[in-house]
Design a protein around this ligand. Structure first.
Ligand code: URA
Ligand code: SF4
Length: 204
């Protein structure tokens, strides 16, 4: 079996040298993603923000603080036990929305991260991640309001869950409760240890 850590490191080096879209010009750091390469649960966000671009780590700003709290307090896991990545690996200037051509250019990196980590549960944070995963797995995602918190079955025994981007709770406090409810549903489908036993997938 190939070494997952090694494969991720090779991929990270590729991203480090990437100039496939214009975002390489304005980035301070790539934000590859981080966490347990054997994680059962993987989160996919949108793109690095200011803090993430400065530190080279995903979800370390205000939205990240909320995400970390959800992982620890609702799921009862440590941040290090899950894997966290984004659709884009470089920050869009001023945190503007990702452009279609940027998403297309960056797509193979997230695809390969998912392939290597092979999580059993993937949670999309926000509509860009939701659209990415819905397209990848052929899921009928219509809108976040309608489909958040639903558990979709995808190929390879995977489960995909959509929820709002944690940043939305920062400017719309009522969203906090909705996101927390979705995390309760995620809690119901992840094992307490948050880590897969080698290649044996838990089945339910
Ligand atoms: N928002 C995201 O979508 N990703 C991050 O890494 C940080 C904020
Ligand atoms: Fe490459 Fe993705 Fe960064 Fe664009 S956002 S330069 S495709 S790594």
């Amino acid at each position: 079996m190939k070494d997952k850590k090694k494969e991720l490191e090779e991929l990270r080096r590729e991203v480090l040298a990437c100039r496939k879209c214009e975002l390489y010009k304005t980035r301070n750091n790539i934000v590859f993603g981080e966490g347990d390469e054997n994680a059962e649960l993987m989160f996919v966000g949108e793109a690095p923000g200011k803090q993430e671009d400065l530190q080279g780590r995903p979800f370390v700003g205000a939205a990240g603080k909320f995400l970390t709290q959800l992982i620890e307090e609702v799921l009862g896991l440590k941040r290090e036990q899950v894997y966290i990545a984004n659709v884009l690996k470089c920050r869009p200037p001023g945190n503007r929305d990702p452009k279609e051509k940027e998403i297309e250019a960056c797509k193979p990196y997230l695809e390969r991260q998912i392939e290597i980590i092979n999580p059993r549960v993937i949670c999309a944070l926000g509509r860009f991640a939701a659209n990415f995963l819905a397209e990848k797995y052929g899921l009928s995602f219509t809108s976040m309001m309608k489909d958040h918190g639903k558990i979709f079955s995808a190929e390879g025994g995977k489960k995909v869950v959509f929820t709002f981007h944690p940043a939305t709770a920062l400017y719309k406090p009522y969203m906090k409760g909705l996101i927390e409810e979705d995390f309760e549903k995620i809690k119901g489908i992840v094992s307490q240890k948050g880590k897969r036993k080698n290649t044996t997938l838990l089945d339910f």
